[in-house]
Design a protein. Structure first.
Length: 229
């Protein structure tokens, strides 16, 4: 989903850049509540995993590509604010060192992958946890569903940006069809990977999974109540 230079006009790129700066600024403040000596290494591991996952690109057409986003995965493992920062760092490194995504389009890419994908993935994850049993076993399937929804959500956000400031000679209908069709498929892969990774970590160290804290506390409380009766 990396947007190249020149694909979005300057005015729209400046607007998405402003949105990205505002989002990252808020994330810098919010991450202070999520990170400590115990959870900081998880943030580094998440950034590394997302970086590797985004190296697998699938051509979508009209100069764009699709790949795993990692927004929901990062949010569930490290927290939503930390996820925004981790993915922003990944995108910055990719743009500066690997020419993956344009420099002038960095704000657009951060908005799509570090903001939209993370926020949508986290909100869907939290919504699923609200209806699933409050157990750690619910964390992985909730994360998988959040990951699946986050991918077409980011694709739809891109088509909205393209509708406002797209410069390529490609009809909007063609862009929408290509982005949604490909990213629905990619979303299935992202859901599977996210579910497997989260399930693996929860099985070993649920205390290190940010999104599992509520379910873990509820499960431990239930165990204590059973022990005292």
């Amino acid at each position: 989903m990396h947007v190249p230079d020149g694909f979005i006009d300057a005015t729209t790129s400046l607007a998405t850049g402003a949105v990205a700066v505002a989002g990252v600024t808020l994330a810098l403040r919010g991450a202070r509540r999520e990170l400590d000596d115990r959870t900081a290494p998880m943030a580094g591991l998440v950034a590394t995993f997302v970086f590797a996952g985004q190296m697998m690109n699938f051509p979508v057409g009209a100069g764009t590509s699709g790949h795993l986003l990692g927004g929901a995965l990062a949010a569930v493992l490290a927290g939503p604010w930390t996820a925004v920062l981790a993915i922003t760092v990944v995108l910055l490194v990719q743009a500066l060192l690997m020419a993956d995504g344009g420099i002038t389009a960095l704000g657009t890419n951060v908005t799509l992958m570090a903001l939209v994908a993370v926020v949508v993935g986290w909100l869907v994850f939290r919504g699923m946890l609200a209806v699933l049993p409050r157990r750690t076993s619910s964390v992985a399937p909730a994360a998988a569903i959040g990951a699946f929804v986050s991918v077409p959500a980011a694709a739809l956000a891109f088509t909205g940006i393209y509708a406002v400031g797209g410069t390529a000679p490609v009809p909007l209908y063609t862009v929408v069809t290509a982005m949604l069709s490909w990213h629905l498929v990619i979303g299935l892969g992202e859901a599977a990977i996210t579910g497997l990774v989260v399930a693996s970590v929860v099985a070993v160290r649920p205390d290190l999974v940010y999104g599992a804290s509520g379910a873990l506390a509820a499960q431990q409380l239930e165990i204590r109540q059973r022990a005292t009766t």
